[in-house]
Ligand binder design. Sequence first.
Ligand SMILES: Cc1ncc(COP(=O)(O)O)c(C=O)c1O
Length: 646
Amino acid sequence: MTNLPSTSRHELDACFLGPYGENDTLLEKLVVEFLRDHVYWRRNFHPEDPPAIPTRAAHAPGYLDFEAKLRRELHQLSAALKKSVPFHSPRYLGHMVSDLLLPGLAAQILTLPYNPNNVSEDAAPVTVDLEVQVGLQLARMLGYPHDPSRADCAFGHLTSGGTVANYQALRMALALKAFPVALRAAQVPDVALPEDDWTAFNLAPAAGIELLEHWQAWLAAQPVSARRRWQASVEAQRLEQLGIAGFFAAHPQLRVPKVLAPITAHYSWSKGLKLLGLGRAQLQLLPERDMRLDLDALETMLETCEREKQPVLMAVAVLGTTEYGTVDPVDGAVDARDRFAARGLGFSVHVDGAWGGYLATLFRNADGSLRSLEDVRRGFEAFPAPEVYAAFAALGRTDSVTVDPHKLGYLPYGAGAFICRDHRATALLSEHADYVFHDATPDAYLARYRSLGQFILEGSKPGAMAAAAYVTHKVLPLDHGGFGRLQAQTIVAAEAFDRRARRFADEMSATLHALVPFAADSNLVCLALNPAGNRDLTRANAFVRRLHDELRSDPRQPLQSREFFGSVTTLRPEALGEAEMERILRVLQIDPATLGGDQDDRLLILRHTLMNPYLIDRENGISYIDRYFEFLARRVRALLAQASPG
Ligand SMILES: Cc1ncc(COP(=O)(O)O)c(C=O)c1O
């Protein structure tokens, strides 16, 4: 990073294992040291217990046979794994993955032999607390309340990935939406209930939580037997008890709620609606404008829902779309939520920041406050666009967020995260109804979530992952001076890539029309290509497909035969809008009339994920971005020469 003092630069040098395995000695030292430490821990448990495996066993033929078999299998596995995709390399520009952070890797390896199970503190007396702390670290990054002595403190936990975090968001929003209806149906006395089912089903999330609080307080004041009775009668009316069919049959004036999401939303949303039994038909995809969720379309849809008495469960805004890295107007979505809640159409706003969530570190000062736009801009050419800044600044006003530590958090796979702004709503997720909880102290907060399995979709889950995320966030705090430095590198690389792509387009103009189809919001940059002279979309797509064949992983080819790895995506009029699609086709000199055939209703483009920290190798004066474009120019010329020999 040009804008970092040299000490900070050296600090970052120790962050990753490195493309060449440069930090192998550091990792090896750490692994060996903490493996020994673990062994001493075993021995010191009850040192009076003698070794159960005799020392001489290592010389017995059976032992040696077993070891030989084990080694053989491990060698085979290790050999086979050499065909893996080289995510660590700055030549890898494909999907949302890169090198692994050493702190996370070391903490995970260190923790594995202890094998903690974060389902509860019984099985994970240390790491379950770390997982709760990770939730608070992420909450702070997002601008949520993160002090556990506050009644409305946020809560977050790890999941296997962004998909499951999105499921958890749906589950929580649905529980909160339906609960006031159950309270009405149970005819709870002495709690001010909404006047009818429609009002009860359409409270704003904050109002739903307030009602839950009142009910909890009332319940806590009841004698034990009355408390049990009322708790049981409310439980009997809950959607979670009756199921979708039973609940809506009991409340015929209510309809199954819709989820509003941009057309670019990840397919986990469709999977989630199927899983919850709401049905995929309730996923209402909204069009985009300038590659971001169209707020006018959101407004129109909400007005239609209001008019037709169609409840809305949540609006999803994506912070870094899977295909283009674009950032939806989170601020506009929360404004719409507040406006429509005041009109009686309450819904929650969830941000799917599986990809872009960690970019929030760029927007935070070390004291947790929000940085100004001017401050964030320092060191970048154009990032962030004012719209992007406004989206990140509004994160603290949303209801819940998905963030993936196994993407821009540079941790090993198996790490997504769900964070909700007000933890009190988790009472509705608990498998054993624990409504009486409302003790707002850090100890009570921690004690509650030590039974993590009560609240989450998974049961048993790896404590080692929580340790990895916790240690990483401690070593690189989630603000612009810590983790933000890694995120800044990705933005610097994306801006360099964008510049180089435009130069490439100029240099190749006699041979090829090339275009960055839209300014990148973050660190994913796409490139649209069409050979000069071609006007046909199908032929343009075939050309990009052939190019991509040389950029994708192919286990039948030696790894080294690949110079670079990239990925592809498509541009569709439904996502871009007709006018924008036509603009792009015209610059590429593709006849828009050739769009819309059976297969080619979309334009295939190259997609580049620029998260490798070594894309610009200052030590050796190498830009892998320049090298990539030199490679692309070579391959484009070769492919065109093959297509028209002589
Ligand atoms: C925006 C978005 N949401 C959700 C997901 C799903 O995450 P995971 O693959 O970790 O389940 C992805 C994955 O790429 C994503 O990009």
